[in-house]
Design a protein around this ligand. Structure first.
Ligand code: CAA
Length: 703
């Protein structure tokens, strides 16, 4: 029998157990194993019913993604599902952990499904740019009705066992998966329950068959946010087949849609992103087996926008937080904003009505830095100036317990300099959250020159616990994300002086798939911050300065590069701004020209990539995938384009290097000269993804 699937018999019940760590994915050996065990059990007259369960942390978490793009080994997943469904003896899937993708499709092939109470079930293929390709789009609507099926398949979010029971996706909630499955199988036999083959059961489809708008309304609701993506629309089309196409023909069409997506560029990029995200959690240059420090109590210093957002993230994860301010007023204000945000989420149905109170109950607001004394992790989120940060860290050194991890949420400043004011620089690092911190998933973990390996590993583990995506980066101005963003902003600003308008630049960025363009983003962040910093440094920027001098600070004043009406966040082009830009150019004696969308796109994206190449070469990021993860989760880079470095590899580095050289000369801008690494890889016909493309190996990340 198979090494990864075993068959045992208990009093007439065959237990088929998949044991293929880490997540029992459906690789060829698992598929073969299930099929063989099921066939053996069906053929064995002593077996009366079959239970499919899994060893380890989870039920089958889906197809084996590492097999995608390679020739398929038999048996096909659909054959495995059909064998379970066609079994003349009852088949029961016994679920714990997660039943995802192909895993849930296998369970849907079983006549009955039971799950432990914290199990989750879903078809998340859409997140990999795919759709369920083994009958999931046809069986799920028959199990739970087409409206919920399309919501689950197009949205890709799993449901918990309680909801699954309510909706008819599972038949019972059990204590232990295998024992519960066995007991359930005995009940089925004792009660002589008819076998429920979903393929033959159209009862849940009837309402939507009679009134198609039930289904089309559900599709419209779930595809609203799917701009630019192919999979959600293909998935909705496939679910729609359940209403009007015979089952076998629908399976054939589902397969065709699946293969088209599988071979398309979007899914390739999304699968790349899946693995890049997991790779990013492996800290380069840290000894194997380094254990994280224990973190049970967290203190956050500063209850402003960032501090409050970070505190909310901890409360969301059920971790107690001490929120520290310097005065009662600011503390009260900060706590008030947090409560309002939680309540707004509850009002939208995002969390249960009693959750805001429960989550606020995890937050203790206090005044005075001495309250850090019990914390295992302290995150400083105070004003972004070196002097203030140093003062805070010097004080922390006095009060924080020995061994506590001391993190700064700085977005630009030198962690080594901050660490230098403490007697424990090995415990200091950066944890750079992105605004709004309770929503954005990225956390740049900034490794100082003296940061201890277990401190780094602790920060990564904590970030994952609060559902963030951590990426370890080195010390430089702006780290990975903001440093690359600055390269893009420089070009966006220059384009205004050369002839473009904010709406044109932003439209190119959003058509590419970014959630907003650079100028709308500036308006959101507030233009006054940059203005003040330019004044301090004695730097001028004719257009941005003129906007601020006119009191246009962005969304907060209702006017910036755009105007905002009636409290709306929708940017509206403003003729006053266009006049202001044209006047500024005239004052400077600049001749404006017509700039095409292609040039705008190249000048936004290629300099970003170029800065990424420098970052890689300097070892500020360990891998190109880390840079991509930063952009996917920190700036909303479209997932179907994989990230800037992946995108550059698809476009071709030679082309990008040539275009950068061209723009460097055409616009007299030496900063656009291709970075040495980019130039070298382009000349060698290689990609960023080719092995050891960076200067430093992943074992020697720069500090
Ligand atoms: N195939 C191959 N490897 C997988 C995998 C899969 N489906 N799912 C997870 N893994 C690997 C991860 O790469 C990771 O490997 P490393 O430890 O080497 O990095 C390991 O399993 C553990 O994964 P996580 O770190 O993500 O662990 P977690 O506990 O945080 O999450 C999980 C577990 C919820 C299952 C999560 O891994 C997940 O969401 N996996 C993807 C599930 C999925 O998308 N399934 C659908 C696949 S497509 C499909 O099934 C198509 C079809 O119809 C045929």
């Amino acid at each position: 029998m198979s090494e990864v699937v075993r068959l045992e018999r208990h009093d007439g019940i065959a237990i088929v157990t998949v044991d293929s760590p880490p997540v029992n994915a459906l690789g060829a050996a698992v598929r073969r194993g299930i099929l063989e065990c099921a066939q053996t059990a069906v053929a064995d007259p002593a077996v009366k019913a079959i239970v499919l369960a899994c060893a380890g942390r989870t039920f089958i978490a889906g197809a084996d993604i590492t097999e995608f793009g390679k020739p398929t080994q038999p048996p096909a997943l659909a054959e495995v599902v059909a064998a379970l469904e066609n079994s003349p003896k009852p088949t029961v899937a016994a679920i714990h952990g997660t039943a995802l993708g192909g895993g849930l499709e296998v369970a849907l092939g079983c006549h009955f499904r039971v799950a432990v109470k914290d199990a989750r079930l879903g078809l998340p293929e859409v997140k990999l740019g795919l759709l369920p390709g083994a009958g999931g789009t046809q069986r799920l609507p028959r199990a739970v009705g087409p409206e919920l099926a399309v919501k689950m398949i197009v949205g890709g979010e799993p449901v918990g066992a309680t909801e699954a029971l309510k909706q008819g996706l599972i038949d019972a909630i059990v204590e232990g998966p295998a024992s519960g499955g066995e007991a359930f199988a005995c009940r089925v036999l004792a009660e002589r329950r008819p076998l429920r083959r979903l393929r033959d059961d159209d009862s849940r489809l009837m309402a939507a068959k009679a009134n198609r708008s039930i289904f089309t309304d559900a599709v419209a609701a779930v595809t609203k946010r799917a701009r630019g993506l192919e999979a959600p629309f293909a998935a909705a089309e496939a679910v729609g087949l359940s209403l009007d196409t015979p089952f076998d023909e629908a399976l054939k069409q589902e397969r065709e849609l699946f293969l088209k997506l599988m071979n398309g560029d979007q899914s390739k990029a999304q699968r790349y992103a899946f693995f890049a995200e997991r790779e990013a959690a492996r800290v380069a240059g840290v000894p194997e087996g380094t254990k994280p420090r224990k973190v049970e109590r967290v203190a956050i210093i500063g209850a402003g926008t960032m501090g409050g957002g970070i505190a909310m993230s901890f409360a969301n994860a059920g971790i107690p937080v001490t929120l520290i301010e310097m005065g009662d007023e600011s503390l009260k204000r900060g706590l008030g904003v947090m409560r309002k945000n939680f309540e707004a989420t509850a009002a939208r149905g995002g969390i249960a009505a009693d959750e805001p109170a429960r989550r606020m109950g995890l937050v203790t607001g206090v005044v005075g830095l001495e309250h850090v004394k019990d914390a295992d992790l302290v995150i400083e989120a105070v004003f972004e100036t070196m002097a203030v940060k140093k003062e805070v860290f010097a004080t922390l050194d006095k009060f924080a317990r020995s061994g506590a991890v001391l993190a700064s949420n700085t977005s630009y400043l030198n962690i080594n300099e901050i660490a230098s004011v403490t007697k424990r620089p090995q415990d200091v690092l950066g944890m750079h959250f992105f605004s709004p911190a309770n929503v954005m998933k990225l956390c740049e973990i900034v490794r100082g020159a003296k940061t201890a390996p277990d401190v780094l590993v602790t920060a990564v583990a904590v970030a994952r616990r609060i559902a963030k995506v951590p990426v370890v980066v080195g010390v430089c101005d702006g780290f990975v994300g903001n440093r690359m963003l600055a390269a893009r902003s420089r070009q966006a600003d220059k384009l205004l002086f050369e002839g473009a308008l904010p709406r044109q630049v932003d439209a190119v960025a959003t058509r590419f798939g970014m959630p907003m363009g650079p100028f709308a983003m500036d308006d959101l962040a507030g233009l006054d911050i940059g203005w003040r910093s330019r004044r301090d440094r004695g730097v001028k920027s004719e257009i941005a300065d003129a906007l601020c001098e006119a009191g246009r600070f962005g969304q907060k004043t209702g006017k910036g590069y755009y105007k905002y009406e009636g409290g709306s966040r929708a940017p509206l082009p403003d003729p006053d701004v266009e006049t202001l830009i044209v006047d500024a150019c005239a004052r400077l004696g600049l001749r404006r020209r017509e700039i095409g969308d292609n040039e705008i796109l190249e000048r936004l994206v290629y300099p970003t990539v170029n800065e990424g190449a420098r970052i890689l070469e300097e070892g500020i990021a360990a891998r190109p995938g880390d840079i991509d993860v930063v952009w996917l989760y920190g700036y909303g880079w479209p997932i179907y384009r994989g990230g800037p470095m992946y995108y550059a590899d698809q476009v071709g580095l030679r082309h990008i290097a040539d275009r950068l050289s061209y723009y460097a000369e055409a616009t007299n801008d030496p900063s656009l000269e291709p970075a040495p690494l980019l130039k070298r890889l382009a000349a060698e016909g290689r990609t960023f993804a080719s092995p050891a493309a960076g200067r430093k190996s992943t074992q020697t990340l720069a500090t």
